[in-house]
Each structure stands twice: as structure tokens, then as C-alpha cells.
Write a protein that binds this ligand. Structure first.
Ligand SMILES: Nc1ncnc2c1ncn2[C@@H]1O[C@H](COP(=O)(O)OP(=O)(O)OP(=O)(O)O)[C@@H](O)[C@H]1O
Ligand SMILES: [Mg+2]
Length: 424
């Protein structure tokens, strides 16, 4: 009896064990089956959204890039005007950048056969163009003998396509057609800051506009340094690369190409523009965010003095510096056009800030976030002050006389220097 019960217990246990085993097996089979089914529904590689970006784009924002596992760069499908086209890998670049690509013919038509020249840079000429939907743009034509190689050009388009901020000049298209390379930017009606500061025309930048430009530029740089991932160092900040739109809002330009475009030929490898280059970078060849801060400091002094960095701005600044602590008699170097039209306290605050940017030890220069906040406070001061008090103009003739004396001294210094360099 006992042995029969014993047999039953063993039988039931074995039965349960077999049942569990079969159950587990079935579960595993089901899971494997489901996984396979799920995999077969998955695309062969990640699907990236294409951003419809810029003017006249024909790329559908809902389209996606599908790249085959077997040959990732070979096939690409982009939905254009409702049709699926298969392109070669150069269009992989087009779709990844999300920026519309134009043919040479499109650009030739938009620029009316390259008639209106906006300016000439180190890369080549820049033309005004009107796109089919009526948008105004600026087309930068890269000279065919430009050092900018194919790879660098593509890298720049990819880089620029991910940077978007109201204080950066937007890249809205590009052209690769045989050996032609062109970059298409939003049109900036009021041109570049250098021309506004240095041309003798009737146009004059008010102190309030200059404060606003300083504020806009600091925001643009703050986005590059602190907002972009990974951060971007401009490497060629200068007043010629600050452009102004129709409402005089300032935007930073050339933040992609700049690192390749200008360079001091005497020291190969150094990139930047004479007068704006951080002396620490020139001696160590190491470019950091603080090198951009140095260039921004130079731009702030340009806004205050309207003296060109390539025509002795640093000497002019040093004329105004009193003592070791970097305090300066900034009123003596302010742009003559601002005398009686600016607030001395605000000029002093902005110049003190600019001078900190020029500190010879990079880590002692302020960060761009500190600068943005400080400039915001100066603007705040400007608005509250102007609500109550008009700027003082009582000693305007005396101030003007002192500024003129400083400028005579500067021209003596620069002519002395050019005589010396002629002798060397
Ligand atoms: N988006 C734009 N809208 C209007 N004008 C522009 C635009 N981009 C450039 N320009 C004008 O074209 C001219 C040449 O610009 P470009 O950037 O090629 O040269 P640069 O800034 O003077 O020198 P670099 O080559 O060293 O940058 C400038 O005078 C600028 O004012
Ligand atoms: Mg430029």
C-alpha cells in the first residue's frame, strides 16, 4: 500500500516536472517567435527624421531615411514631392543635413546670373539672390581654388544644419554641382557691423543700438559655447562676421566655415583674423572658448571706439588704461559720434567688461554666460536711466577735445611703428 502511494507520488511529481518543462519550452518558443516577428517589422537601421529647414524646401518633414544594413552609404530613400527616389550616397549627405540642395542652374537664375555682388570674402564672392518663392538670400560662392576641400565643405553643411538660433545667420541651402560649391544664407539687409562702424556714410549706430548688438552677439556666442552639443568654438569672431537684419538685430555669421577660411600665412596652422586673435592662442596654438572671448572683447571695444583692430585698436585701448588693475579712462576713447549721445557710466561698464575679455591669462577672462548677464544689466541700466534722465552733454566739447588728442597720439604711434617696420 505504502509502495503504491509512493509510486503515485513519484508519478505525479515526474508528471508535474515534465509539465513545467514543456510549459517553459513552449514559453521560450513563443518568445523567440514574437521576437523574430518584431525584428522583421523593425527597419534595418534607425530612422532619422528629416527637418524641412530653410526656404523653398522640397523635402517632406515626415520623410525618413532608411539605410540598408548591408551597405549603409549606398542606398537612401527620400520622399520628394510625393515620389520616392533612390539616390547615391551624396544625397545621404543632403538628407542628413536636412538642408535643401540646389543645382547650379537654380542659383544662376536666382542671382540673375551672378549680377549683384554683396561683398568679397576670403572664400570668394557673395551674391544677392531671390529664390522662386520670393525670399532674399545671400549666396557665397566658394572659389574653385579655395583650400576648402570636399570633405570640409560637407562637414560644414552638416555642422551648420544642426545650429539654429535667432542670433546666428541661418544656412538655408547649398549647391554642389560638378566643381561648384555654394552656401546659401538668409539675407541680412543691413550688411556687416564693420561697414556700419567704419564707413563714412551718414549712417550712424546709436549707443542703444550698439548695446543691443553687443547683447545679440553675446547670445549667439552663448548658444555656440553653451547651447550646442557638442559646443562650437567660432574661431573667427570679428565685426565683418556680425551681420544685421532689417530690424538691426545682430547675428553671428561664418561659424562653420570660419575655422578653415582665414589664416595668418606667416604661421601655418593658425586660423583667425589679425587683430582679433588671442595672443595666448598664437603662442600655444591651443584654441579654446576663451579665445573666442578675447575676439568678442575686441568687438566690444570696436562698438565703443569705432577704431579698427587692424589700425591700432589695442594701442588706443592701452592709451586709456590707468595703472595695473585695468581701470581705464574710457571716456577718452569713445567714438566721437557718441559724445553727448551716450551714458558715461554705461560706456565705462561695457569697456571694463571688454577689457576683462582681453586678459592675457585665458582662464581669467569671463565666460560668455557671465558676459551675457553683465550686458543685460547694462541695458537694464540704460532703459531705467533713460526713463528718468537724459544723457549729460554739458562737457561735450571738453570730451571731444580729449578724444581728438588721443586719436592724434594713436596716429603718431602707428606711423612711428610703420616707419620702424619699414626699416627692419
Ligand atoms: N547673409 C548675408 N547677407 C547679406 N550680406 C552678406 C551675407 N553674408 C555675407 N555678406 C556680405 O558679403 C561680404 C563677404 O562676406 P564673407 O563672409 O565672404 O567675407 P568676410 O566676412 O568679409 O571675410 P572672411 O572671408 O574672412 O569671413 C561681407 O561684406 C558681408 O557683408
Ligand atoms: Mg565672413
Amino acid at each position: 500500500m505504502v509502495s503504491q502511494t509512493y509510486k503515485i507520488v513519484i508519478g505525479v511529481s515526474v508528471g508535474i516536472a515534465i509539465g513545467i518543462l514543456i510549459g517553459c519550452g513552449a514559453l521560450i518558443v513563443i518568445r523567440l517567435y514574437k521576437k523574430r516577428q518584431f525584428r522583421s517589422r523593425e527597419p534595418s537601421s534607425p530612422t532619422l527624421p528629416i527637418r524641412a529647414n530653410g526656404i523653398n524646401t522640397s523635402i517632406d518633414s515626415s520623410a525618413s531615411i532608411s539605410v540598408s544594413d548591408a551597405n549603409p552609404s549606398k542606398q537612401i530613400m527620400a520622399k520628394r514631392n510625393g515620389q520616392w527616389n533612390v539616390h547615391q550616397n551624396k544625397d545621404l549627405f543632403a538628407s542628413l543635413s536636412g538642408i535643401p540642395r540646389y543645382s547650379y542652374k537654380d542659383i544662376q537664375k536666382a542671382t540673375q546670373n551672378f549680377t549683384t555682388v554683396l561683398g568679397q570674402g576670403s572664400f570668394g564672392p557673395v551674391y544677392k539672390a531671390t529664390m522662386p518663392a520670393g525670399e532674399l538670400v545671400a549666396v557665397k560662392v566658394l572659389a574653385s581654388d579655395s583650400n576648402q576641400g570636399e570633405k570640409e565643405f560637407q562637414t560644414e553643411v552638416l555642422l551648420l544644419s544642426r545650429l539654429h538660433h535667432r542670433n546666428l545667420v541661418n544656412l538655408v541651402g547649398y549647391c554642389i554641382d560638378k566643381s561648384q560649391r555654394m552656401l546659401i544664407y538668409e539675407f541680412m539687409t543691413n550688411g556687416n557691423l564693420a561697414s556700419l562702424l567704419y564707413s563714412d556714410g551718414p549712417r550712424f549706430l546709436s549707443w542703444e543700438q550698439r548695446l543691443h548688438i553687443a547683447y545679440d552677439v553675446s547670445h549667439g556666442i552663448e548658444y555656440l559655447h553653451e547651447g550646442a552639443i557638442p559646443p562650437v568654438i567660432h574661431r573667427d569672431l570679428k565685426s565683418a562676421n556680425i551681420l544685421l537684419d532689417k530690424s538691426m538685430r545682430a547675428k553671428v555669421a561664418d561659424f562653420g566655415l570660419s575655422k578653415e577660411e582665414t589664416f595668418d600665412g606667416r604661421k601655418s596652422g593658425l586660423k583667425g583674423t589679425y587683430g582679433y586673435m588671442d595672443p595666448d592662442y598664437m603662442s600655444t596654438n591651443k584654441f579654446t572658448k576663451k579665445s573666442d572671448i578675447y575676439s568678442f572683447g575686441v568687438i566690444l571695444f570696436e562698438l565703443i571706439t569705432a577704431i579698427n583692430p587692424q589700425q591700432g585698436l589695442m594701442d588706443y585701448i592701452n592709451l586709456a588704461v590707468i595703472g595695473e588693475d585695468g581701470k581705464g579712462d574710457w571716456e577718452e576713447i569713445v567714438d566721437k559720434k557718441l559724445v553727448g549721445r551716450s551714458n558715461a557710466e554705461e560706456v565705462r561698464l561695457l569697456a571694463d567688461l571688454a577689457y576683462k575679455c582681453l586678459h592675457k591669462i585665458p582662464r581669467k577672462r569671463p565666460s560668455i554666460t557671465d558676459l551675457t548677464q553683465a550686458i543685460a544689466r547694462i541695458r537694464q541700466h540704460h532703459f531705467t536711466k533713460n526713463d528718468t534722465l537724459p544723457p549729460s552733454v554739458s562737457d561735450a566739447p571738453g570730451v571731444l577735445r580729449r578724444i581728438e588728442n588721443q586719436q592724434v597720439e594713436l596716429s603718431n604711434m602707428t606711423s612711428l611703428r610703420s616707419n620702424l617696420s619699414l626699416k627692419v
